[in-house]
Ligand binder design. Structure first.
Ligand code: G6P
Length: 608
């Protein structure tokens, strides 16, 4: 996720762009840049680090005069957060400049094509292909060149393009990334979201997928994908600036929960090319994979629980034993790890001190390392032999949500791909699994749509002092993360228990009214868990069950039921966690907790 802004009018653009970028900094903050057109010349300024660095470099925009411009604040996906990779990107001839939010999935093929035609690339980004395409297609008609360039793109984009030969004009385009146009008086704007606009105007147009617009100081013209001019309704923003930053949601956590279909799509889509999984940072051959005797997954917090859930899928598909270890334990253990071990390191931030220490210890013992990390260029990403980024965009809420589901998604990609490489999957089975993976974002959206009753359930369950989360197999792994979410943000004691273990201790704690959240989604073991529900019900528990839609039997046992859509059990955890995130969120809200910043917790734990 990144933020883009644009301005055209009769005032200096740069200070307005910088103010706008500051408002979008929550969307990404590892590098930033602006391009300003002045009397037919485009001047570029970009720098790694926070927007403050760009303000310093440009004297708050005062040393780049010009009345139209575009700006970008970056959250690196393709290429480390360096000055060269920061946006805007310029065409070789200096006539065009582009800012982009999204991911161009076919950028590698386009890059090769453009390279062969003599276009020189200055960055490692997917975005740079766009500006070279615009240059290639330009023959005097700016809008036509952008439309032709865009017709070559696969993936998601919100774009702003400047052309030195068209002073005061900006062309924007949108596909699957947000883009809003702000209507001023004698000036117009665009932005990734309304936060950057509300200081200037509350009248906006929302572009839809496939649409383009041409902005000048006096007009905004919107075009559909065929190039025909269309009328769009003007909307009035009523949000406060604070609400706008959170996309209109009350908390970043809720916004990030809701973003999961898009985040998971970003993690998956670019790595699925023509029905094949293509892993950018992981290229072990069948021979190298067959040498691996065991996989160790290490991580902390939710990332550790993502590993616990993925263990079942990896063992089933890759037939390699998987040992999931807490990094804080692994670092001081005497682990049986050698050159035939593949260590998978999971971390949203890439900076967790215990995870780094465990990783270093395993590397010292000869393990091959694969990092699955969100923050590009982070310590763990750099230490690893292979890195796959989750491309979830910045996560602001301390309790991770999209971090967890995107880690799982990338783990699923890894194991389906590895199982195929090792010869464990027929072409047909491989295709079925790839199709099921492709459906994950849709399934997550359906799970979100099925959460309507959760606020009422939260009102019913919020005043309890403790909750048990039970499940078996993958349901148990999800229960661990569900209980952690509940603890972290609602401060209710929540304990996850393997359902079959209840009778070995925990059932002694079940009294009248004790809430038990029973996860019954895994078809292979759901019946067994239902027996456990009967046991706890007999002792007075109030049972809130989580089950697949269509499971009628459960209604005879549970007091309340939340459904999720049917989904391949191998990939179920990424869908099943969604209602539990929502439950924790609404319980915490009922209890008046500081949801985005829970007490005593930090987003990134960089000390032991
Ligand atoms: C903290 C965060 C958790 C996160 C854990 C591991 O405890 O609050 O949300 O799961 O650290 O962080 P990492 O950045 O390594 O995934």
């Amino acid at each position: 996720m990144c933020g883009i802004v644009g301005f055209t009018g009769k005032q200096n653009a740069a200070p307005i762009l910088l103010e706008g970028l500051k408002k979008l900094e929550y969307r990404g903050y590892d590098s930033a840049g602006i391009a300003v057109e002045n009397s037919g010349v485009i001047t570029l300024s970009k720098v790694s680090g926070r927007i403050a660095n760009l303000c310093e470099k440009t004297d708050n925009g005062n040393n780049i005069p010009g009345y139209s411009g575009i700006g970008h604040t970056r959250w690196a996906t393709h290429g480390a957060p360096t000055d060269a990779n920061a946006h805007p990107h310029m065409s070789c001839d200096g006539r065009f400049s582009v800012v982009h939010n999204g991911i161009i999935e076919n950028y590698m093929a386009l890059r090769e094509e453009l390279h062969a035609k003599g276009y020189a690339f200055k960055s490692e980004t997917d975005t740079e292909v766009i500006v070279h395409l615009v240059e290639m297609y330009y023959s005097g008609d700016f809008r036509e060149a952008v439309m032709k360039a865009v017709s070559r793109l696969e993936g998601s984009y919100a774009l702003g393009v400047l052309c030195s030969e068209c002073p005061g004009k900006i062309i924007v385009a949108r596909e699957a990334s947000p883009l809003i146009l702000g209507i001023g008086v004698g000036e117009n704007y665009f932005s990734s979201d309304v936060t950057a606009l509300v200081a200037h105007t509350r009248n906006v147009l929302y572009l839809d997928d496939g649409e383009f617009a041409e902005l000048t100081s006096e007009s905004i013209t919107v075009y559909d994908c065929t190039g025909a001019a269309i009328q769009k309704p003007i909307n009035r923003i009523t949000w406060s600036v604070e609400a706008a930053e959170k996309g209109g949601y009350e908390h970043f956590m809720l916004k990030e929960i809701m973003e999961q279909p898009r985040a998971v799509k970003a993690a998956l889509a670019a790595r699925m090319q023509e029905n094949q999984i293509v892993l950018d940072g992981f290229d072990l051959s069948a021979k190298q994979l067959s040498r691996i005797r065991k996989i160790v997954i290490t991580a902390c917090g939710s990332a550790y629980y993502a590993g616990c859930a993925a263990k079942y899928t990896i063992e089933k598909l890759c037939k390699i034993p998987v040992d999931v270890q807490l990094a804080s334990e692994l670092r001081y253990a005497d682990p049986q790890i050698d050159r035939r071990t593949l260590l998978i390191v999971l971390s949203q931030s890439g900076e967790t001190a215990d995870t780094i220490a465990a990783m270093k210890e395993c590397k010292r013992r000869g393990a091959q390392t694969l990092a699955i990390v969100n923050v590009v260029g982070s310590t763990i990403a750099k230490l690893a032999d292979h890195t796959l980024y989750t491309w979830a965009g910045p996560e602001i809420a301390v309790a991770t949500t999209k971090g967890y589901t995107t880690q799982l998604s990338v783990l699923y990609l890894f194991c389906v791909s590895a199982a195929k490489t090792m010869g464990y999957l027929s072409d047909e089975d491989y295709q079925t699994l790839v199709d099921h993976l492709r459906e994950l974002p849709k399934k997550i959206q359906q799970a979100l749509d099925m959460c309507a009753a959760i606020p009422q359930l939260a009102a019913k369950y919020h005043s309890n002092h403790s909750m048990f989360f039970i499940g078996r197999n993958t349901d148990y792994a999800v229960a661990l993360e569900g209980a952690l979410k509940m603890k972290e943000i609602s401060y209710i004691h929540a304990e996850a228990y393997a359902a079959g273990e209840l009778k070995h201790g925990t059932i002694a704690l079940i009294d009248e009214g004790q809430p038990v959240i029973a996860l019954c989604c895994n078809r292979d073991v759901a019946e067994k868990t239902m027996n456990n529900i009967v046991e706890v019900k007999a002792r007075g528990a109030q049972v809130l069950a989580l089950s697949l839609s269509g499971n009628r039997a459960i209604s005879a046992h549970a007091d309340d039921i939340i459904h999720i859509p049917p989904v391949d059990p191998l990939f179920q955890a990424a869908v099943e966690i969604v209602p539990l995130q929502m439950l924790a969120y609404y319980v915490a809200k009922e209890n008046g907790c500081d949801i985005d910043k829970p007490k005593n917790l930090a987003k990134s734990v960089t000390v032991e």
